[in-house]
Design a protein around this ligand. Sequence first.
Ligand code: FES
Length: 112
Amino acid sequence: MPIITVHPAAVRVVAPPGRTIVESLRLAGWRSRYACRRGGCGTCKAPLLRGRVTYEQPLAESVLTAAERSAGLCLPCRAVPVDDIVIAQGEHSLRPILASSPCPPRPPFPEE
Ligand code: FES
């Protein structure tokens, strides 16, 4: 399974098959920056520094333009990692989900 690394927090999580970046982070106990989680607002937009992602449904050009894609931006609420990826999030954009929030257990990190 692909590994998602988030900079600058250096957080690494496993992306289960078919899961988006936002879903994978949530499953591992991390809340990233997002709002609609449907690809409609652009709030989650983030630089894809390394690796490839795919989108199961077409994205609205108004949310992520071709120029933005060419510049290396992705839409984590809809992007499914194809291989190991590295994305950038703002310094305070990633935070642990409180224990009181329902969340599946964190999957183990793979051996390096
Ligand atoms: S959260 Fe709205 S587009 Fe990703």
